[in-house]
Design a protein around this ligand. Structure first.
Ligand code: DGL
Length: 264
């Protein structure tokens, strides 16, 4: 493995771009390869077996492309598949899970809202975190059904989206939460819309920055950080809508990129 090898990312679609953006901001000299497995989105409604199968396929493809580390830029795939990936592939993995712990520790009202996929909320990993840190927290949990599909179809700024967000977020606000955890990597794209219907004192948190910091730490500990200070190149693969990916990538300030068809 070379220090100049790229970092790999995969998600069930374009959501992981919100993680890619944080990693790119912190590590601008690292090349990256990103898979948006949009044809199989949403992962959140699939069985664990299906998610493990898709995650192994994405991992195999990234390793073939010569990546040095893989960021599983998807809460659902992390909570359902990362332990299998770590057992079966000899490469460092960084995972992401809903930021329930910091929300629970910081909440003054002791009331927290969590919005995530069905798969993540049913996972052992999330439930362990919830049991450990949620004992004295009044938690309002919602499955964000339909949100991923609308984002994948370029319907982020629609009335339909606003109505769904209101359906999921308003009960949390009415219940008096002071933290809302965005437990799916697609949801930070909805931050502005969520903020519109949320009082200012409510903190909306995701795990992007923490994942970027962890990526830096892991590259350092494996001695594979790229120190060349050359402009970086970014290769995106999708089996979904290229225009949707490109638009969101530009929102994430992506540059020096190519977008390719994902056919593993
Ligand atoms: N973006 C993903 C996550 O963080 C997956 C959403 C989905 O495909 O259901 O959970």
């Amino acid at each position: 493995m070379e220090t100049s090898s790229p970092i790999g990312f995969f998600d069930s679609g374009v959501g992981g771009l919100t993680i890619w953006k944080e990693v790119y901001q912190l590590l601008p000299f690292e090349d990256t390869i990103y898979i948006a497995d949009s044809a199989n989105a949403p992962y959140g409604e699939k069985t664990q077996q299906e998610i493990i199968h898709l995650s192994k396929k994405n991992t195999g493809f990234l390793i073939q492309q010569g990546v040095k580390l893989i960021v599983v830029a998807c809460n659902t795939a992390t909570t359902m598949a990362i332990s299998t990936l770590r057992k079966e592939f000899d490469i460092p993995f960084i995972g992401i899970e809903p930021a329930f712990k910091p929300a629970a520790l910081k909440s003054k009202a002791k009331k927290v809202g969590v919005l995530a996929t069905k798969g993540t909320l049913n996972s052992t990993l999330f439930n362990e975190t919830y049991r450990r840190f949620g004992r004295d927290i009044d938690t309002t949990i919602r499955v964000g059904k339909g949100l991923v599909e609308l984002i994948e179809n370029g319907k982020k700024d629609t009335l339909e989206m606003r109505e769904l967000i209101s359906e999921y977020i308003t009960p949390m606000v009415e219940h008096g939460v002071d933290h809302i955890v965005l437990g799916c990597t697609h949801y930070p794209f909805l931050r502005d819309l969520i903020q519109e219907i949320t009082p200012n004192h409510v903190e909306i948190i995701d795990s992007g920055e923490a994942v970027a910091r962890q990526t830096l730490k892991t590259l350092n500990s494996h001695h594979i950080l790229n120190n060349t200070k050359q402009p970086s190149q970014h290769k995106f693969y999708t089996n979904g809508k290229m225009d949707v990916l490109e638009k969101l990538l530009l929102d994430c300030k992506g540059e020096n990129y190519s977008i390719n068809t994902y056919k593993p």
